[in-house]
Design a protein around this ligand. Structure first.
Ligand SMILES: CC(C)(COP(=O)(O)OP(=O)(O)OC[C@H]1O[C@@H](n2cnc3c(N)ncnc32)[C@H](O)[C@@H]1OP(=O)(O)O)[C@@H](O)C(=O)NCCC(=O)NCCS
Length: 330
C-alpha cells in the first residue's frame, strides 16, 4: 500500500561569517550595483578556515530534529545531498552519522547539485515505501566556496555556503509540518559542461606536486544556464501540477531554488504566479546550491510565511543538469 510521506521537522544552519558585496569589491573588479542588479544578492554566508559541510549539516540536523520533537536516536536513515562533502571517503552522510553518534544507521550521499534536496526527498519516499517505520534525516547543503574561483568575478559573487535539513517519515496521524504530495525529477547530462567542476574527478586526476587549474573550480556559462533554468523549472512545475489536476491558482506559494532574483522572477512570471506568492531570500544567502531550497523552506515555515492548510510548490535546477519540483500540503 502506498504510504504518504510527511516532513516532521525543518531546520537550517549557515556559517557565521558574512561576505557583503562591498567585501567582494575588495577581491575582484565588481560593484554592489552590478551584483545587485544582475543577481539580487546582497550578502552570502561563507565558512571560516576549518569549518566543513559536516559542521553545517550537524547544525541543521539538530534544528530539524528539535522541530520534529525527535531525538537523534529515532533516526534510521541519513541522506546527505551535496557535491562538497568534507571528504570523498567517508561520505558526508557517514561523517554526519558519526557526529550524531548513530552507529549502524543507513547513510549515503546523493549528488544532484542544486536539485539535491528534491532528489533526496524522493529517495526518502522510496525508502518509506519499503520500510514505513523509518525516520529519515535528509540534509542538503554545500560548501560551495570550497570550489569557487575567487579570481573569476563572473561566478564568485553568486555563491554562498549552508545546509538545510528535514526529518521525513510516514504519515501516522502524529504532528507534522507538511505532507509530501508528490515529487517530479529530471536530468540532462548532455548539457553538463555548461555548469561544471571537472578537475579532481576521475577524468581529470589530481597529480601530486602539480598545481591545480581553473577547472578545479565552478565553471559556468551564465547566460545559457539562465535560459535552461527558467525553461526547465517552468516545465517541471506545470507537469507536476497537471499530474494532479491542479493549476497555479491552487498554489499558495512558489518556493524556487534561490540562484538569482532574475531567474526566480522569470519562473514566477512564466507560471503566472504573482510576486507576493513567490518566496525570496537569495538577497541574504546567495546561491547555496543544495541548501537553497531547504533553507528557504525552513525560513518560510518558521517565519510564518506558510500557514497550515496551504499548498507550496518547490522547484530547483542545477548542475548536471538536474531539475525537479515537489508539492507540499501544509
Ligand atoms: C551570471 C549572470 C548574473 C551574468 O549576467 P549577464 O547579464 O548574463 O552578464 P554577462 O555574463 O553577459 O556579462 C556581462 C558583462 O559583465 C561582466 N561581469 C561579469 N561578472 C561581473 C561582476 N561580478 N562584476 C562586474 N562585471 C561583471 C562581464 O565580464 C561582461 O562584461 P563584457 O560585456 O565587457 O564582456 C547571469 O548570466 C546569470 O544569472 N546566470 C545564471 C547563473 C546561475 O544562477 N547559475 C546557477 C544555476 S543553478
Amino acid at each position: 500500500m502506498k504510504q504518504s510521506a510527511v516532513i516532521k521537522g525543518l531546520g537550517f544552519h549557515v556559517p557565521e561569517r558574512i561576505l557583503s558585496n562591498k567585501d567582494l569589491e575588495q577581491l575582484v573588479e565588481t560593484s554592489d550595483e552590478w551584483i545587485t542588479s544582475r543577481s539580487g544578492i546582497k550578502t552570502r554566508h561563507v565558512v571560516s578556515e576549518g569549518e566543513s559541510l559536516t559542521d553545517l549539516s550537524h547544525g541543521a540536523a539538530l534544528k530539524a530534529l528539535d522541530d520534529a520533537g525527535l531525538s537523534p536516536e529515532a533516526i534510521t536513515h541519513i541522506l546527505v545531498a551535496t557535491f562538497s562533502p568534507e571528504s570523498y571517503i567517508p561520505s558526508a552522510a557517514c561523517a554526519l552519522q558519526d557526529r550524531l553518534g548513530l552507529r549502524g544507521r543507513v547513510a549515503y550521499d546523493i549528488s544532484a547539485a542544486c536539485t539535491g534536496f528534491l532528489y533526496a526527498l524522493e529517495n526518502a519516499r522510496a525508502i518509506l515505501a519499503l520500510h514505513p517505520e523509518s525516520k529519515i534525516l535528509v540534509c542538503s547543503g554545500d560548501v560551495v566556496t570550497s570550489r569557487v574561483n575567487w579570481e573569476d568575478r563572473a561566478t564568485c559573487v553568486l555563491f554562498g555556503d549552508g545546509c538545510g535539513a528535514a526529518v521525513v517519515a510516514a504519515e501516522d496521524g502524529g504532528p507534522h509540518r507538511a505532507v509530501i504530495r508528490d515529487v517530479s525529477l529530471a536530468s540532462d547530462g548532455a548539457l553538463g559542461d555548461l555548469l561544471t567542476i571537472r578537475g579532481g574527478g576521475s577524468g581529470r586526476h589530481y597529480r601530486l606536486g602539480e598545481p591545480i587549474g581553473e577547472d578545479f573550480f565552478v565553471q559556468m556559462q551564465g547566460r545559457e544556464v539562465f535560459k535552461h533554468a527558467v525553461r526547465s523549472m517552468t516545465e517541471v512545475c506545470n507537469g507536476l501540477l497537471e499530474r494532479h489536476g491542479l493549476t497555479t491558482d491552487d498554489v499558495d506559494m512558489l518556493l524556487p531554488h534561490q540562484a538569482n532574483l532574475r531567474i526566480i522572477e522569470a519562473v514566477g512570471k512564466k507560471l503566472g504566479i504573482p510576486g507576493e506568492r513567490v518566496f525570496i531570500n537569495v538577497d541574504k544567502y546567495g546561491n547555496t546550491s543544495a541548501a537553497s531550497v531547504p533553507i528557504a523552506l525552513s525560513e518560510a515555515v518558521h517565519g510564518g510565511s506558510v500557514q497550515p492548510g496551504q499548498r507550496v510548490l518547490l522547484t530547483a535546477f542545477g548542475g548536471g543538469f538536474t531539475w525537479g519540483a515537489c508539492l507540499l500540503d501544509f
